[in-house]
Design a protein around this ligand. Structure first.
Ligand code: 5GP
Ligand code: MN
Length: 320
């Protein structure tokens, strides 16, 4: 394992970067940070970045317009960088480039990552993939655009430095990013806190329709297709909803289902103190972190809720 990104670029003329399906802030931030860093420091390497379309807010990052969101090309690359993706399947359409690349490198922070690439730089204690990536970069050659991309990933995965994954290293790295002259106040407001009117309406709707189970220790809500269609919303418009559910007084676990297909739900889970939601997501083929995890499940919403709450109850009882 090399301690810096440069180590993976020897004799490399073509590189590909990809992240996970339905990219979040850490995914968009880390892939674009690496893309911009390689373009700045390794101009001899041709780099392509494959990612599903990113939410509007992440388009403030430099070169977001260079993202390729179709997988039609038949290219073979010297090196494949998989970022923020805990398993190979999460790379979605980019898997074909992963399978044909001469060498694969995975940079991640998910505890559920079992190491599917040739080289796996996975630090489950790191707040974000952006934090791991920053340690692999030479800070002297990180410019303000790369620094802003890394900052965005860090604030998104730490909930602006309030989640338990925030560490001394997170703050030290963020300090270095601030010294690059990033617009941290503006980015914090515009990327993390700002909501469109529609997103606020959707947040209200999900909270209004939520319900409590297990004496208020678990809160559940469902964003079904008819609600999503009514607001012309995408899953990324629900960002932050689960965090608001999680801070409900007395709640240990929050569960949000988003209907993404016929009898198909994207599940997001958060916990506060003791429930291991990564373990529950893992049972259904998903993953994530102890306090934040997700998976995709099939069945009616009642089936999905029944199945999940059974495992949640098991852990709640153990702690009683
Ligand atoms: P979110 O609820 O914000 O979509 O995801 C929370 C965490 O769980 C993130 O770290 C995300 O990468 C992970 N996660 C969400 N859905 C899945 C999934 O379907 N599979 C895996 N392996 N991880 C997921
Ligand atoms: Mn992440």
């Amino acid at each position: 394992m090399h301690d810096k990104i440069g180590g993976y670029l020897e004799n490399v003329t073509t590189a590909v970067i990809a992240g996970h399906t339905r990219p979040d802030g850490d995914c968009a931030g880390s892939t674009l940070a690496l893309y911009n860093y390689l373009r700045d420091n390794y101009p001899q390497v041709h780099v392509d970045l494959y990612l599903e379309p990113v939410a509007e807010v992440y388009k403030v990052i430099k070169n977001a317009d260079q993202i390729i969101s179709d997988y039609d090309r038949d290219e073979t690359y010297d090196v494949f960088f998989a970022l923020d993706s805990s398993d190979k399947e999460r790379l979605a359409g980019a898997v074909k480039y992963f399978d044909t690349a001469k060498r694969t490198v995975c940079i991640d922070h998910h505890i559920s990552n079992e190491g599917y690439a040739d080289e796996n730089i996975v630090f489950p204690k790191a707040s974000s993939t952006c934090e791991v990536l920053a340690t692999l970069m030479d800070m002297d050659t990180v410019d303000v655009d790369v620094a802003e991309a890394l900052y965005i990933g860090i604030i998104c995965d730490t909930g602006c430095f309030k989640h338990s994954n925030t560490s001394e290293q997170t703050m030290n790295i963020t300090g270095k990013l601030i010294s690059k002259g990033i617009r941290f106040s503006k980015l914090t407001d515009e990327v993390f806190y700002q909501k469109t009117y529609m997103q606020n309406q959707l947040l209200g709707r999900c909270l209004l329709e939520s319900f409590l189970v297990f004496s208020g220790k678990c809160i559940v809500s469902v964003a079904d297709r008819k609600v999503m269609d009514f607001y012309e919303a995408q899953s990324s418009d629900l960002e932050g909803v689960i965090d608001q559910m999680r801070i409900t007084k007395g709640v240990e676990v929050a569960v949000l289902l988003t209907e993404i297909g016929d009898r198909k739900y994207k599940v997001s889970m958060r916990s506060n103190e003791f429930v291991d939601v990564a373990k529950i997501a893992g049972i259904y083929g998903g993953g994530g972190h102890i306090r934040a995890a997700g998976c995709t499940m099939s069945g009616t919403k009642y089936d999905v809720i029944n199945n999940l709450t059974m495992f949640i109850e098991e852990q709640l009882i153990q702690n009683d």
